[in-house]
Write a protein that binds this ligand. Structure first.
Ligand code: FES
Ligand code: FES
Length: 159
């Protein structure tokens, strides 16, 4: 076991863990941030997607020892002072979720995309979202929400 100091949602947390522990378990078990979900554990479904310095990564295969001083953002870090991010608002307005299990990961991937490319074409959206699986088949609404978020993009001071 080793001690790690990690920045999650702009807060520094001290955690004790085996260096190979996936970041997902640190987020869920040590920090009780349970919005990020476990799906496959092998980087195949996207349910565990978080941001590492703004890039979407699969936290189920990312060891805590590799985080260092990089900034982690989880779904809980997107809203600020009770205000949803522009992507979360679009998700609500388009009524995207069905069971909801995959949706935190979908929103994190969509946010990483829209923060880099404010008006992404269809093929760019397809590539960015290709690693996020939805067993309920909400793909059409996801794409609609991304387009709507893209046209209504605004800053709430966080995302
Ligand atoms: S749980 Fe990480 S990609 Fe499926
Ligand atoms: S909403 Fe059910 S898995 Fe995506």
């Amino acid at each position: 076991m080793e001690f790690f100091e990690i920045n999650v949602n702009n807060k520094i947390h001290q955690v004790e863990a085996d260096p190979s522990t996936p970041l997902l378990w640190i987020i869920r078990e040590n920090l009780s941030l349970v919005g990020t979900k476990y799906g496959c554990g092998i980087s195949q479904c996207g349910a565990c997607t978080v941001h590492l310095n703004g890039e979407a990564i699969r936290s189920c295969v990312y060891p805590v020892s590799a985080v260092g001083k990089q900034k982690i953002t989880t779904i809980e870090g997107l809203s600020k002072d009770g205000e949803y991010s522009y992507v979360q608002e679009a998700w609500i307005n388009e009524d995207v979720s069905q069971c909801g299990y995959c949706q935190a990961g979908q929103i994190m991937s969509a946010t990483a995309l829209l923060e880099k490319s404010s008006d992404p074409p269809d093929d760019e959206i397809d590539i960015a979202m290709s690693g996020n699986i939805c067993r309920c088949g909400t793909y059409t609404r996801i794409k609609k929400a991304i387009k709507s978020a893209s046209s209504n993009k605004k800053s709430n001071g966080n995302y």
